[in-house]
Design a protein around this ligand. Structure first.
Ligand code: GTP
Ligand code: SPV
Ligand code: MN
Length: 618
């Protein structure tokens, strides 16, 4: 529903009516929208109803503007390619701010700004930032509509690309809006690409395919539960339901209300004996969550079903167990490395109805990226829109190119994704990309040791954020860029949740698919073969599989990990579980240095865990 502007009173055409649908009577909501419109001065306001007609209308418009490139309908029906500005291709962590009243509440791992100062700065940036554009009102629910763990939000945005992605990633539209009455809590999120089409005097400029601004701000106000994002149209910077709401604001809400917002996939496994298990796993960005969430087990008799691939909200249930929902409704998955061999389920999921961003275009009008097929096409148009051949010496797809696709297209989607009460977790897994030290799998000795494992995750950085790819960095709980408050308080919250759940708490594991030999090759085949590790974890949950105690945790005893039918050298298996005391001692020193940053806020339990590990190593 788009409201045409009344005759302009100033030289700058500005929407003169909110044009709200008649069922919206929430005064606070209407005032907020009116205030943002007054500040940003959009030409039109469009309330997104979330309908299929709206989708067609928007996509038609964006095709005509050259923003969406329709793909060959025979090869990839109802799908589009979008090319972003080459300077707007990933999350910008150095431009991401937590604006809590006190600096200590943001903690040493976040960029902090005083909320009043940031508010002033943002008012300046957003002033007139939507001139000449449409402001879309995007109501959405994270989790099933009206579910007990679900939350509501509204994103105001001048990016129709963000609107289309939000329609896939969330339950978006009037059904969500109708749930927001005067008493319902909801999270307001304001987004502008920061590229007005009309200046203060009313002069109009032509639009570009990917409007953005070199100045970027991704701001969170945890205490007032507000989000403001400026200057970027890409992924987590612009789809504010995702990292901004579901993780940064969500984690803070969880700390106040007794739940957890986590960077985790959720997977249902069924054994040959027909017993179901649920696991959640936290790996840093582009470290294999989507892959594991869609795993095709190589071991006979095991079935895997997908519930989530990126975000999990966890809450203790009435029975004292920990229940998980995936608040999202789509996948925003890493394209490169996704192929028939590595992730056939993802390949089937993206058969159509998919938005591809920054991948390459084939001569037949389909998409391609590194790792999609063994055969490399002889000619492509690369992610920047330039001719590409295999000898070009550059990547055809950007390493952080992505597909956006409805979760309901996933052939392995579990019925339990629809469950508003969530699924009870049997195990929680922490992982990362580590060439050394971290074993293929280890079981935590208890909850506190498990929290220590999570708190000490480090990983080689990927292209999911601006920065140095490959650099080893601390990424506790895979939440380094996503924890909306002091990480030390977050660890304490995890410890408290464990105390509360007691014997009902899930068991905790650490995994590493990325350990390398001295020649730099992966020791573990990974992908579908990771089902062997999952099987061991499920057996452990039942108390079945035998273990060997290593200083770093309990690992499979000789013969307890199912390696049947897998060709892997015994020496590789040995290296996958090798603990080098000198290297681990250095690892402990790094952990100590990292923990020191948190000063007196560091939970004593974690200091004790580090001491205990050092002792076990000697
Ligand atoms: P975000 O969406 O950024 O949070 O990331 P994600 O964790 O969902 O990442 P994804 O599953 O898309 O992983 C991306 C990369 O990990 C690809 O390059 C994969 O090829 C690689 N990968 C996934 N699983 C494995 C594995 O078992 N072994 C190896 N060696 N690589 C893997
Ligand atoms: C990640 O970086 O962890 C993602 C992609 O899942 S984005 O939504 O861009 O944050
Ligand atoms: Mn992620």
């Amino acid at each position: 529903m788009t409201i045409a502007p009344a005759a302009p009173v100033s030289k700058v055409p500005i929407a003169t009516s909110l044009g709200e649908p008649p069922f919206v009577t929430n005064r606070a909501l209407l005032k907020w929208i009116s205030d943002i419109a007054t500040l940003t001065q959009p030409e039109r306001i469009h309330w997104c109803d979330g309908s299929q007609e709206e989708w067609y209308e928007l996509t038609r418009e964006l095709i005509s503007q050259g923003v969406l490139i329709p793909l060959n309908p025979e090869l990839r029906p109802d799908s589009f390619l979008v090319r972003s500005d080459p300077d707007d291709v990933a999350r910008v962590e150095d431009r991401t701010f937590i604006c809590s009243r006190k600096k200590e509440d943001a903690g040493p791992t976040n960029n902090w700004r005083n909320p009043d100062e940031m508010n002033d700065e943002l008012r300046g940036l957003f002033s007139g930032s939507m001139r000449g554009r449409t402001m879309y009102v995007v109501p959405f629910s994270m989790g099933p509509l009206g579910g007990p763990i679900s939350q509501l939000g509204i994103q105001l945005t001048d990016s129709p690309y963000a609107v289309l992605n939000m329609r896939i990633m969330t339950r978006m539209g009037f059904d969500a809006l109708a749930l927001i009455d005067d008493t319902t809590p909801w999270v307001p999120a304001v987004h502008s690409v920061g590229s007005p089409l009309v200046d203060e005097s009313g002069n109009r400029t032509d639009d570009v395919v990917w409007p953005s601004n070199s100045t970027k701000y991704i701001c969170h106000f945890p205490e007032s539960r507000e989000i403001w994002s400026y200057g970027s149209g890409y992924g987590g910077n612009a789809l504010l339901s995702k990292k901004c709401f579901s993780l940064r604001i969500g984690s803070f809400m969880g700390s106040q209300e007794g739940w957890l917002a986590e960077h985790m996939l959720i997977l249902k496994l069924t054994s040959p004996e027909n017993k179901a298990y649920h696991v959640a796993a936290a790996f840093p960005s582009a470290c294999g969550k989507t892959n594991l969430a869609m795993i095709t087990p190589t071991i006979p008799g095991w079935k895997a079903e997908t519930i989530g691939d990126d975000i999990a909200w966890l809450r203790p249930g009435k029975d004292g167990r920990l229940y998980a929902i995936n608040p999202e409704a789509g996948f925003f998955g890493v394209a490169p490395g996704t192929g028939e061999k590595t992730n056939p389920v993802a390949m089937h999921t993206i058969w159509g109805n998919t938005i591809f961003t920054n991948v390459a275009l084939t001569d037949e009008g389909d998409v391609w990226w590194e790792g999609m097929t063994e055969q490399v096409p002889a000619h492509l148009v690369d992610w920047r829109g330039e001719d590409w051949t295999p000898d070009s010496g550059r990547l055809a797809a950007h390493p952080n190119s992505r597909f956006t696709v409805p979760i309901q297209q996933c052939p392995t989607l579990s019925d339990e994704w629809f469950e508003s009460d969530g699924v009870p977790l049997d195990a929680i897994i922490f992982g990362g990309r580590r060439a050394t030290n971290i074993p293929l799998v280890a079981e935590a000795l208890d909850w506190e040791h498990g929290v220590f494992m999570g708190a000490t995750v480090s990983s080689e950085q990927t292209a999911a954020a601006e920065g140095t790819v490959g650099e080893l960095r601390r990424d506790p709980f895979a939440m380094l860029p996503f924890c909306g408050y002091n990480m030390a308080d977050y660890w304490q919250h995890w410890l408290d949740m464990g105390t509360k759940m007691g014997a009902n708490a899930p068991k905790i594991y650490q995994v590493n698919w990325f350990r390398k030999d001295d020649k730099g090759s992966f020791l573990w085949p990974g992908f579908g073969e990771n089902s062997r590790v999952l099987e061991w974890i499920c057996r452990r949950v039942d108390g079945d599989a035998a273990v060997t105690d290593l200083p770093v945790g309990r690992v499979p005893a000789e013969g307890s990990l199912n390696l049947e039918g897998l060709e892997i050298a015994p020496s590789s298996m040995e290296q996958l579980f090798a603990v080098d005391p000198a290297m681990w001692s250095a690892e402990c020193d790094l952990t100590e240095g990292f923990f020191d940053k948190f000063g007196s806020r560091l939970p004593k339990v974690l200091t004790a865990q580090l001491q205990a590990l050092r002792k076990r190593l000697t």
